[in-house]
Design a protein around this ligand. Structure first.
Ligand code: ADP
Ligand code: MG
Ligand code: MG
Length: 206
């Protein structure tokens, strides 16, 4: 996938996350403070505006600009979290003009590392990290496949990560105040992460 196609991919992803606002709001109302949907909507609306206006020069710049646009427009925990995921992931793809199955583990690993460094959470803490980590493990096994095949497996793995968060107790963010009451419910940020990969997979398939 060349740079223009990657830019179109992220535009599609942004629109799908915006369309998921009600679902994300609902999920954060159950175990958090209810602002996750609105926050992600604000960030990705800014991303849509940026991507429709600019023509980015390389694959890494697409992801870096998506991340920095989210960081600048969202504020709050998830602006920094999802913003740094894309920005750090993009930086790791420096010089890339072909986004393929080999790019996936590079993007996800650097993005995830940045999220963990910044926020101090780890797998098992009931955050977006749990979905991203499952996606990362899968992407490492699919790097020799077509992008379509890799993304479809990575999206499925992220979804399994969301399922796994149901049996975890939140230790970070707003949900931690709920403690054991978060048991049985999925983490909102993990849902967003799964939507991002599912949207990438759907875009490549169509
Ligand atoms: P807030 O918790 O400030 O209200 P949001 O509701 O927008 O922010 O986002 C909540 C999501 O952010 C959580 O569902 C979780 O996935 C993610 N999150 C929160 N804290 C962290 C962290 N330290 N590391 C990684 N992800 C986190
Ligand atoms: Mg919240
Ligand atoms: Mg909040």
């Amino acid at each position: 996938m060349n740079t223009a196609q990657t830019q179109a991919l992220m535009l599609y992803v942004a629109k799908q996350v915006v369309a998921s606002e009600p679902l994300l709001t609902e999920a954060d109302l159950v175990i958090g403070d209810g602002d996750h949907g609105i926050g992600m909507e604000r960030g990705f609306l800014a991303v849509i505006e940026m991507l429709e206006k600019e023509q980015l020069a390389s694959v890494d710049k697409v992801f870096i600009k998506v991340g920095s646009t989210m960081m600048a427009s969202m504020g709050g925990a998830s602006g920094a979290i999802f913003g740094s995921f894309f920005r750090a992931g993009g930086k790791a793809l420096k010089g890339t003009s072909d986004f393929d199955a080999k790019s996936l583990p590079v993007l996800i690993e650097a993005g995830l590392q940045s999220v963990m460094d910044r926020g101090g959470a780890s797998p098992g803490d009931k955050t977006m990290i749990d979905a991203a980590d499952m996606a990362l493990q899968m992407s490492k096994t699919t790097s020799n496949e077509s992008l379509e095949s890799a993304l479809s497996k990575v999206a499925e793995a992220a979804k399994q990560g969301v399922e796994a968060t149901k049996s975890m107790i939140a230790t970070t963010g707003k949900a931690k105040t709920l403690g054991e009451r978060s048991l049985g419910h999925p983490d909102p940020g993990a849902i967003t992460t799964a939507i991002i990969f599912k949207s990438m997979a759907d875009f490549v398939k169509q």
